[in-house]
Design a protein around this ligand. Structure first.
Ligand code: PLP
Length: 387
């Protein structure tokens, strides 16, 4: 009779992977499946990045690297953050990890324990709530509402701070909503946080290069007043179509670098060496592939928002960032889960129920538009036939 730790039962999951498995099983039976479920670019990693990874293997980079990442990679990250955001970052504050996810896990482990509160966006990336619960901390949702373009409101965040609050997680541009929080709200949040020096902030900026309609990314790195308690997460998965390489990083404040490096040593020792060399090529090489990919996402975004709004019972807010549309489907009479299952089983279209991103996602469905315009149009045609 094995008795597992209670914490294991509290750990959640990311349902997009469950949908992906079901879509693949249906495809294996010969069904024609259009996958608008999974959150990954449908592009290949640019060739010069792939070549750099292969070269690193040929050159004999087969051993451990420093746990926080090879110095040349951390320097490339600092230079990239200066180029993109004008931010001053010391490479010693950059900790490279296998993907975006480890940073959120480590940030939560840094603060989470029974008796403390951690705030997170809802609907939001499901791993935040999962790891907060795992840590034993109390998850405190920040409601993201359609009527505010799924941006967070600084007042809604600040009004929930108590003396038990240890960490606030924000994410803009956001998964699953595509929401982008305007600078005025971020200014207000940071100003308010100055009155609460016991609260740290994790800003998940993994979609920092995917904003549309003339919007510009506002990095929390540009607020000197909170740099000493800011964890800024970004990475390669989305920007360079490198989800399977497993490479991400965060900029950590001085007071946390040592602890997070120990977490890396305990957990994974280091990111595999060849992947890190590919990461240097991504940051220091030409950025044309990124710009082309974002331009294509923007075209598809306009198509999917227009088409979703033409469906009976469906209403879709302008998706400002990332590569997701998050339509309201209440008018169809189906719950999120019913719509997800019917669209997949009957129409062969994979999407993800809004409730996979928190209870407040009921009534919504996430569509990833990381797929061709032809496939998007065909998916909408099939859904229209069902509705
Ligand atoms: N943060 C957000 C908001 C995401 O949507 C994702 C991936 O879907 C990640 C982080 C994690 O990305 P990675 O695959 O690099 O772990």
């Amino acid at each position: 009779d094995l008795k597992f730790a209670d914490s294991i039962a509290r750990l959640g999951t990311e349902s997009a992977f469950v949908v992906l498995a079901r879509a693949q099983a249906l495809a294996a039976q010969g069904r024609d499946i259009i996958n608008l479920g999974i959150g990954q670019p449908d592009f290949r990693t640019p060739d010069h990045i792939v070549e750099a990874g292969i070269k690193a293997l040929r050159d004999g980079h087969h051993g451990y690297t420093p746990a926080n990442g090879i110095p040349a990679l951390r320097e490339a990250v600092a230079a990239d953050l200066h180029r993109r955001h004008g931010a001053e970052v010391n490479p010693d504050n950059v900790v490279v990890v296998p993907g975006g996810k480890p940073t959120m896990f480590f940030a939560v482990l840094m603060f989470g324990q029974p008796g403390v509160e951690i705030m997170y966006p809802n609907p939001g990336f499901p791993i935040y709530e999962s790891v907060i619960k795992y840590s034993g901390a109390t998850p405190v949702p920040i409601a993201l509402e359609e009527k505010h373009g799924f941006a967070f409101s600084a007042d809604a965040v600040l009004s929930q701070i108590t003396d038990k609050t240890r960490l606030i997680i924000i994410n803009s541009p956001a998964n699953p909503t595509g929401g982008v929080t305007p600078k005025v709200e971020i200014d207000k949040l940071v100003k308010g946080l100055l009155d609460h020096p016991h609260v740290a902030l994790m800003s998940d900026e993994i979609y920092s290069q995917m904003l549309y309609g003339g919007r510009e990314h506002v990095s929390l790195l540009n607020y000197p007043g909170i740099r000493d308690r800011l964890i800024m997460l970004d990475g390669w998965s989305k920007t360079y179509a490198m989800t399977g390489w497993r490479l991400g990083y965060a900029v950590w404040p001085d007071s946390m670098v040592d602890a997070v490096t120990r977490l890396c040593i305990n957990d994974h020792s280091c990111v595999n060496a060849a992947t890190q060399y590919a990461g240097i090529a991504a940051l220091t090489g030409p950025q044309d592939a990124v710009h082309d990919m974002v331009a294509q996402f923007n075209e598809r975004r306009q198509v999917i928002v227009r088409e979703l709004n033409s469906l009976p019972g469906v209403r879709c807010a302008d998706a400002a960032g990332a590569f997701y549309a998050f339509p309201n489907i209440e008018g169809t009479g189906m719950t999120s889960k019913q719509a997800q299952d019917r669209f997949l089983e009957e129409a062969g279209v994979a999407t993800v129920a809004g409730t996979s991103f928190g209870a407040w996602g009921e009534g919504y469905l996430r569509f990833s538009y990381a797929n061709s315009t032809d496939n998007i149009l065909e998916a909408i045609r099939r859904i229209r036939a069902i509705l």
